[in-house]
Design a protein around this ligand. Structure first.
Ligand SMILES: Cc1cc2nc3c(=O)[nH]c(=O)nc-3n(C[C@H](O)[C@H](O)[C@H](O)COP(=O)(O)OP(=O)(O)OC[C@H]3O[C@@H](n4cnc5c(N)ncnc54)[C@H](O)[C@@H]3O)c2cc1C
Length: 492
């Protein structure tokens, strides 16, 4: 097993895509589960901190070390099985999401829960319960995880299959491969009407597997994943529609969202049922203009939507979308409708590029990313959107807004030009997150808490809940060696 200790060789492992910086003594590269077990047993014995990382595309500092060693999963990158008949895959955590999707394509299989960044590892997506544009129809990564193999911080191996072990109300009992029984008390927390990746997933009578999904590396290292696959859709209708006002773009989102919910409820086949509903404000469009010069000058907002169709339904569903676009004064003449696979990929890149450009802007100024990740109840979206804009304009800060608006999930990225503006933006950022919580939503809809958003978690949940979550961590990780500093304020 390779271990690197030279600081110039391990620099890349000291930061993630949020530009959060850390430090460590060494990076180890296990090649299989036995290696991970051995590393954690020794670390637990010696009380050495271990931070597990995927491809470090995370945006909350979760894979950034604060001392000790980094365990990189990049050598554990085998696809162990793709079962085309039963539609599942068994993979190691270091498989690159883009490689996985490319392998599925010719097999006519489909794995919907991809975050915008395809350069991440599957282990990272499960550890953060990542979501993306298709979450609007298919839900987050959690909904596609059928089984996991996980090495607990003590080095004990645990295998969990969905549907096999449930908590008795709030009492959960899990048994490791070595027959060690571990009892955990699950806190009772309010379930939000939005996507949420803040803290541990806790529900009455929950499936034990769900505690580990989205636990941001704090409860164990995922070493194998069993993922559910779907048959690939026959065709996907994809378009980027430009609007001359923000109001029109937002109304179009609300209308198509409601239509989609109705179609799903009524199981209608020839109807609007969006796969994705992604929004861009005027400043996001301006930010992208150099790379996409055919963005219309007068556009003040845009919506990228997708819908799965088949040959029979395609024309009629396209007509339904066109009348919806016309109803909301979409600029049909200048909008982009995908005519082929290449166009479709261009739209995916259009959405991806706004996120990467913001990250590049922040890194070039050597600042930390201040991008909101909040989701609010659907009925609050529009009011909340305009309130945010008012606040950030009032503070005199540059910004761009985009996000998974089908899920009422807003990425407002402030673009401070210097450290003074950064300090101002930091205060505004916290206040906005508190408002999202007050509105009944969350500050962490998909990027998790990591090391950068811990204080906010204590605003979302009361002290009793946080103490109970902390007890779960302590029970599984008695010396607090694994991903120390993630999620809990109690750790530095
Ligand atoms: C341009 C851009 C756009 C993005 N858009 C989205 C988006 O739309 N939706 C979204 O959800 N995210 C998005 N992200 C964030 C990021 O891509 C996801 O969080 C992704 O799931 C992280 O995967 P990773 O392999 O890079 O993990 P890392 O960043 O390396 O790690 C993330 C967390 O998972 C833990 N971890 C990693 N591997 C394991 C393992 N094997 N076992 C246990 N814990 C582990 C780490 O300790 C850390 O806490 C975006 C990032 C970028 C740069």
């Amino acid at each position: 097993m390779i271990t690197k200790t030279e600081q110039n060789e391990i620099q890349d492992y000291l930061r993630d895509a949020s530009n959060t910086m850390g430090y460590c003594e060494a990076v180890v590269y296990p090649e299989n589960t036995d290696d991970v077990v051995a590393i954690l047993k020794q670390a637990n014995y010696e009380k050495t901190k271990v931070t597990v990382c995927g491809n470090r595309t995370g945006l909350s500092g979760g894979s950034v070390p604060n001392g000790g060693i980094v365990l990189s999963t990049e050598k554990m990158n085998r696809i162990l099985e793709i079962n085309e008949e039963e539609k599942f895959a068994i993979v190691e955590p270091g498989v690159l999401l883009s490689d996985f999707l490319n392998l599925l394509k010719p097999k006519k299989l489909y794995y919907p829960p991809d975050p915008t960044e395809l350069n991440c590892f599957l282990g990272g997506t499960v550890a953060t319960n990542a979501s993306g544009s298709k979450t609007f129809k298919y839900g987050p990564t959690r909904d596609f995880v059928m089984g996991i193999e996980i090495v607990l911080p003590t080095g004990d191996l645990l295998v969990l299959e969905r549907g096999q072990i449930f908590a008795q109300k709030y009492d959960m009992s899990i048994t490791t491969n070595d027959k060690k029984r571990i009892e955990l008390k699950i806190p009772s927390i309010k379930s939000l009407p939005t996507k949420n990746t803040a803290g541990y997933f806790c529900r009455e009578s929950m499936d034990a597997i769900d505690l580990f999904i989205g636990s941001e590396g704090t409860l164990g290292i995922l070493t194998k994943l069993k993922l559910q696959l779907l048959p690939a859709p026959q065709m996907v209708l994809s378009a980027v529609i430009f609007f001359n006002s923000e109001d029109s773009g937002l109304n179009f989102i609300e209308h198509s969202r409601n239509e989609s919910y109705n179609s799903r409820k009524n199981k209608s086949h020839i109807a609007i049922d969006a796969l994705a509903l992604e929004y861009f404000d005027k400043f996001a469009l301006n930010f992208l203009r150099d790379d996409f010069p055919n963005i219309p000058e007068e556009a003040n907002s845009a919506v990228w939507f997708e819908q799965e169709v088949d040959e029979d339904s395609s024309n009629q569903i396209t007509d339904l979308w066109i009348s919806l676009i016309e109803k909301h004064n979409g600029d049909l003449g200048n909008s982009w409708i995908a005519m082929n696979e290449k166009d479709k990929l261009k739209f995916v890149e259009f959405r991806h590029r706004i996120s990467t450009k913001v990250n590049e802007f922040i890194s070039s100024r050597n600042l930390r990313k201040l991008g909101t990740d909040f989701a609010v109840p659907d009925e609050e979206l529009k009011k909340f959107y305009f309130q945010l804009k008012y606040e950030v304009v009032n503070a005199g800060l540059d910004y761009v807004i985009y996000g998974h608006f089908g899920n009422s999930h807003i990425h407002l990225n402030m673009l401070p030009k210097n450290p003074e503006e950064f300090e101002k933006a930091k205060i505004l950022y916290s206040n906005m997150c508190l408002s999202a919580i007050k509105s009944g939503g969350t500050f962490a809809a998909e990027h998790g808490v990591g090391k950068n958003k811990k204080a906010l978690l204590y605003e979302l949940y009361d002290e009793k809940v946080m103490i109970e979550m902390w007890r779960i961590k302590q029970t599984l990780d008695p010396y607090l060696i694994l991903c120390s500093g993630n999620i809990f304020k109690t750790e530095s």
